[in-house]
Design a protein around this ligand. Structure first.
Ligand code: EPU
Length: 338
């Protein structure tokens, strides 16, 4: 398909919150050459440029004045294989879960815990998606990009991506400067499983070495029981990141709440689930206009069908303020405000 340009484009299908906003211009391309051509055409025209994946981690706060780019680069190819690992390259526009499904089917281990996360391959590498004890950085070998300012290709080795918790160089130092076109993954051909997360431990009890497919099936079942399906109830997954706090802040909370859930990061830092903090503040199920704090997982803000960006932002702000007032912890949105 050639480059597709659409003016005054309805973004409802391109943001999982389902916010009813338009983009001045929406451009889809299918190859790296087409992307380079598009960038050459729009560069220097003064318009704001935003590249999106499936829009599963953003909140449009109003109509988008500018150009939105979306990748249609969709391929999955096996580059090499030895007794231990397989190297697989995937286009940035591949639906993330299609990649996970194929890997599990081929008995390649590494992406199964990340099954059913909404979004596309390129955004997964930018956002360092994570779930059930695994972050995508653990299987990323290289990220192929095009520099927006020059149209030149640049390959980032995994260690050059500065991966952190829901973080990468593409969200920080190089934000808005590169478009991911493909990602090279290294997966294990021998069983290598991560079953430490609560409900996945049950799987280990049933089978000492479950298959990638069995883990994928279990992860999908857990996600379906806890998280809203974007097709049924709009959301952007976790709205906030889980805060990492100094040990003394945790100790102070634990003095009042003996059972505060937590993960020790190192001798100085502890991660506390934001879902727990939000629940303690009484926000579970609370609504504001058309927005609500999801009753099964209060880390998620949902669009009940008619939420405006303001409803969502005001509810998020009230949650943030309340957590700060009660615990003196500043929780930060994981969702990008556009
Ligand atoms: N909790 C509560 N009340 C609740 C739900 C949870 O207190 O109603 C507490 C519990 O103590 C629970 C803890 O929060 O043990 C953690 O909850 P959960 O396992 O559901 O995970 P999370 O920390 O809230 C993170 C990710 C999710 C990911 C899950 C599973 C972030 C921001 N979120 O959530 O990712 O699926 O772990 O690994 O790190 C996303 O990024 O969009 C996302 C959904």
């Amino acid at each position: 398909m050639p480059i597709k340009k659409e003016s005054n484009y309805d973004l409802r299908a391109h943001n999982t919150f389902g916010i009813d906003v338009n983009a001045e211009l929406f451009i889809t391309y299918d190859t790296v050459d087409e992307l380079v051509e598009v960038l050459a055409a729009v560069r220097g025209n003064g318009k704001r440029i935003l590249h999106i994946g499936a829009g599963s981690n953003l909140l449009f706060t109003s109509d988008f004045e500018g150009i939105i780019l979306h990748s249609g680069i969709k391929f999955i190819e096996h580059l090499s294989r030895n007794e231990q690992q397989v190297i697989v390259r995937a286009g940035a526009g591949v639906v993330w879960d299609d990649f996970c499904a194929l890997m599990a089917q081929n008995k390649h281990y590494g992406s199964e815990n990340l099954s059913h996360i909404p979004g596309e391959v390129g955004a997964a590498a930018v956002q360092n998606i994570g779930a059930y004890g695994v972050e995508v950085e653990s299987i990323i070998k290289q990220v192929e990009t095009i520099e927006i300012a020059t149209g030149k290709p640049r390959v980032f080795q995994a260690q050059q991506c500065h991966y952190g918790y829901r973080d990468s160089i593409f969200k920080n130092k190089l934000k808005g400067q590169y478009v991911v076109t493909a990602v090279v993954f290294s997966l294990s051909t021998v069983p290598k499983v991560h079953l430490d997360y609560g409900q996945l431990q049950e799987l280990r009890a049933l089978d000492a070495m479950p298959s990638a497919q069995a883990i994928r099936d279990a992860v999908i079942a857990i996600r379906k029981s806890k998280l809203p399906e974007p097709s049924e109830l709009g959301s952007a997954g976790s709205f906030f990141k889980n805060p990492v706090v100094p040990v003394n802040v945790y100790d102070e909370i634990a003095a009042t709440y003996a059972n505060v859930p937590h993960y020790v990061i190192d001798g100085e830092r502890v991660k506390i689930p934001a879902a727990w903090l939000i629940e303690q503040c009484g926000f579970k199920g609370k609504t504001h206009g058309g927005a609500a704090v999801y009753e099964k997982q209060p880390l998620i803000i949902v669009n009940q069908g008619h939420a405006t960006p303001t409803d969502i932002m005001e509810l998020a702000e009230a949650v943030k303020q309340s957590v700060y007032n009660k615990f003196k912890i500043n929780i930060q949105p994981e969702v990008n405000y556009i």
